[in-house]
Design a binder for this molecule. Structure first.
Ligand code: ASP
Length: 454
């Protein structure tokens, strides 16, 4: 995060640095407000101002997702120009997403079995009312629902898998129409560029949005929630960090040869946004910007792998399910055996395909997993209190997994620009890019002026 020099010679902080500062300040303010516990602060500052700004920021990010994915994916498909490559990219991404998730949860279960959190846990005082199990969708339902009955519904409800399916079809049809599609493709390219500009505008507010989101969460989350389940939290965070810094980086190094340290620097903004919003879906615009502009992944790959990953790839969520299952099995003194754990792995991988990356969805998936292996669903009440913070950390792991697979697939297809990957300044925003030049204003005004009839 090197500070950049602006044209007047003064030092400017990069946007990532500003967002990081917003996050740290939010953390400090949140912890202070939590210890003060004043009703005016709780009601008007935390529940009012922070909640409002935070919500506006998340809404703005979500507002970008559907148009950004649509136009970049159309450009991606038409830009590939070779349908076979599209199939290869899809196949590789899907296989790697499943593989990384399965490895993530298997390692998590192993680690949790070694640490053994939950034995001797005292259940008294835990309110288990209101916890209901969700039915797990069958794998057939999951695949059948990828085809939308009404694309407008799919777009309106931000159903990412349905949108991806539909837009790829449109992209293929566009290619088939050849020359006739020229102006449509140009319009989509323009819209894609336009959306990336809108992303930059929204990002300029990120430091404030992130500050408010983090300050709100930490004002509301007291340390007292963590103490009873500290063994669970420590095991889970260790498993998440192990996956983030070791397993995923081994995958990256072995399958692409890319430098993990450079990768970790480039993905940092997406991790911060994922942490602040606890939503892989809302983070799509940032993950997309990090993979394309900071890492050099070509749009033809990232436009597909990033939204696809945000929807089906949830390594961190799977890890949480693995650790929570072992923890609850210990709490209730139930032995799951190898068959039980294999079921957990299969269920967690499948459940992550069918559920969108939004806050708290991991807990819903956990009810499916627990039901399947015969553990009491009420156990969720034990981990509920700490789930928001765990959600923030696991979402950062989820988006890192999406970016790792995007980089591996792009590299294997010769669609990764090494010059961009190795340039430390690539894709660094300072906010200067948002200035509207006087020449551009004049040009537009000239274009809009009514022309006298010739
Ligand atoms: N919040 C996570 C995500 O968006 C999903 C979860 O684990 O709840 O990726």
């Amino acid at each position: 995060m090197a500070p950049g020099n602006d044209k007047h010679g003064s030092t400017k902080l990069s946007l990532t640095a500003k967002v990081l500062i917003g996050m740290v300040l939010g953390l400090i303010v949140g912890i202070v407000f939590n210890s003060i516990d004043n009703s005016f602060i709780n009601e008007h500052i935390v529940g009012g101002l922070f909640a409002m700004v935070g919500k506006m920021f998340i809404n703005a990010l979500k507002m970008l997702v559907v148009p950004l994915v649509t136009f970049s994916l159309i450009c991606g498909v038409t830009g590939i120009g070779d349908i076979r490559m599209l199939g290869r990219v899809g196949g590789k991404a899907f296989g790697l997403y499943l593989l990384t998730t399965a490895v993530a949860i298997a390692v998590a279960i192993l680690l949790a079995t070694i640490i053994g959190p939950g034995s001797g846990f005292d259940m008294t005082g835990i309110d288990t009312s209101g916890i209901n199990a969700k039915e797990a969708p069958t794998v057939w339902d999951v695949f059948a629902n990828i085809v939308p009955t009404n694309p407008i519904n799919a777009f309106a409800n931000a159903e990412m898998l349905q949108i991806i399916f539909y837009v790829i079809l449109i992209g293929i049809a566009t290619l088939m129409l050849g020359e006739k599609s020229k102006s449509f493709v140009q319009a989509c390219e323009y819209m894609n560029e336009l959306m990336m500009k809108v992303v930059e505008i929204v990002m300029a507010f990120a430091p404030y949005g992130v500050f408010c989101l983090i300050a709100k969460t930490f004002s509301e989350q007291g340390i007292d929630l963590f103490l009873p389940v500290i063994a669970y939290v420590v095991t889970l965070v260790s498993a998440l960090l192990l996956h983030l810094f070791v397993t995923l980086m081994i995958f990256l190094k072995l399958l692409s040869g890319l430098n993990p340290l450079t990768f970790l620097k480039k993905i940092r903004p997406a991790q911060i946004f994922a942490f602040s919003t606890a939503s892989s879906n809302a983070t799509i615009p940032v993950t997309f910007q990090c993979t394309t502009e900071r890492m050099g992944v070509n749009n033809s790959v990232a436009s597909f792998t990033v939204p696809f990953g945000a929807t089906i790839n949830m390594d961190g969520t799977a890890i949480m399910q693995g650790v929570a299952t072992v923890f609850l099995a210990n709490v209730y003194g139930i032995s799951l055996g190898l068959g039980g754990y294999l079921t957990v792995i299969g269920m967690a991988v499948l459940a992550s395909i069918g559920t969108a990356g939004v806050p708290g969805v991991g807990l819903v998936m956990l009810t499916m997993v627990l039901g399947q292996v015969g553990l009491p669903i009420e156990g969720i009440a034990i981990v509920l209190g700490v789930d928001r913070l765990m959600d923030m950390i696991r979402t950062s792991v989820n988006v890192t997994g999406d970016a790792v697979v995007s980089a591996i697939v792009a590299n294997s297809e010769g669609k990764l620009d090494m010059a961009v990957f190795e340039d430390p300044e690539a894709g660094t925003m300072t906010g200067d890019d948002l200035e509207i030049s006087h020449e551009a204003e004049l040009e537009l005004a000239e274009a809009a002026r009514p022309k006298p009839d010739a």
